[in-house]
Ligand binder design. Structure first.
Ligand code: PLP
Ligand code: COI
Length: 341
């Protein structure tokens, strides 16, 4: 593996965790299997009606040499909420965490060296039972697979350019924007592709009611800084409650910053001093430029803004155990002898 040229792309690894459950029954622990294709009926609920959710987390090689996860219990909680929203049996948190540890531990050789990337962990829950009517499928499959990844945005920490969309929205009140439903992502592909052909890295979505307030950046949450105060869109149900977002809010407040969660008008964002987006895949990605129609604001060129840099360092130092984990966010993964390097 060439650890220096990792990108955010799929690489098959050794093992995956698989469990199944019938509607109305309890989950029983699953098992590790060699990573392989699965067989599925064309009438599966997930294929016909999108009854599925996913998660995203990273296992990293810490500066101490061990393998660590960042707040996986929060992913377990969000996964359970998503399952309930989509009428699927929630995977118990203890089973979810065991599955993550098993998938990471059995693929330990795929965890990149410290600072070179991460092992992206992808839990999915799908309605795999056959169903013709629009209703919860009779059977469910929970899989965790993993894949070594590099930076989410091309160029790593190089500030990205974003385009505000006046045409497309990601989520509407009462919909599924607040959970990681698989169906939330395909409608963003063409807007995102269109923005890329214009030279932008991604789209910024506005709220679908008033078309004035920032919601999210593709698959990451949004932050801006004005006069030393940090602003981020409040969780209204249409925004994905990011674990990175929640961690940045806690970290920034602990470091003495005022952080305001509110509806953030695009007009004010274009007058901010710094902007960045945040997520498991994106970590903290500095935003260099935002364009809304003909109006573009340049926040930075190559140099990161000071608050963005401070928070990036603080977050990644905790994630890699280079700084004390005062919040108790980092969880070590036991690695079975056989797969240790
Ligand atoms: N927003 C969306 C739509 C996402 O898909 C993600 C990724 O999970 C995030 C935000 C960031 O969330 P987290 O920090 O939990 O990865
Ligand atoms: C993540 O940050 O983990 C995500 O889920 C982003 C993704 C959709 C690639």
């Amino acid at each position: 593996m060439d650890w220096d040229s990792l990108t955010f792309s799929f690489t098959p690894t050794d093992m995956m965790y698989v469990a199944t459950c019938k509607l109305g029954e309890d989950w029983q622990p699953g098992e590790l299997q060699p990573f392989a294709e699965i067989s599925i009926s064309p009438a599966a609920g997930v294929l016909n009606y999108g009854q599925g959710i996913f998660e995203g987390m990273k296992a990293q090689r810490s500066v101490n040499g061990g393998i660590v996860l960042f707040r996986p219990e929060r992913n377990a909680e969000r996964f359970a909420k998503g399952a309930e929203r989509l009428g699927m049996p929630p995977v118990p948190a203890s089973m979810f965490l065991d599955a993550i540890e098993a998938a990471v531990g059995s693929n330990a050789r795929w965890v990149p060296p410290t600072g070179k990337g991460a092992l992206y962990v992808r839990p999915v829950l799908w309605g795999t039972g056959e169903i013709l009517g629009v209703a919860p499928a009779p059977e469910y499959t929970f899989i965790v697979y993993v894949c070594p990844v590099g930076p989410y945005f091309k160029g790593g920490m190089h500030p990205i350019s974003l385009k505000v969309s006046d045409e497309f929205h990601r989520a509407t009140p009462g919909g599924s924007g607040g959970v990681k439903a698989i169906g939330n992502y395909a409608p963003g592909m063409m807007p995102s592709k269109g923005a890329k052909t214009e030279g932008f890295a991604e789209i910024i979505y506005l709220d679908s009611t008033e078309h004035r307030y920032i919601e999210e950046v593709g698959a990451a949450n949004f932050f801006c800084v004005k006069d030393g105060v940090i602003h981020t869109p409040m969780l209204t149900g249409t925004i994905l409650p990011g674990i990175t977002r929640a961690s940045i809010i806690d970290l920034a407040r602990e470091r003495g910053y005022e952080v305001i969660e509110r509806k953030v008008p695009i007009k004010e964002v274009l007058e901010a001093d710094e902007a960045f987006c945040a997520g498991t895949a994106a970590v903290i990605s500095p935003i260099g430029t935002i364009c809304h129609g003909d109006v573009c604001t340049i926040y930075c060129n190559n140099e990161l803004g000071p608050v963005t840099k401070e928070l990036y360092d603080a977050l990644t130092d905790i994630q890699l155990q280079a700084a004390p984990d005062e919040f108790g966010w980092v969880r070590a993964v036991p690695v079975p002898e056989i797969s240790a390097e």
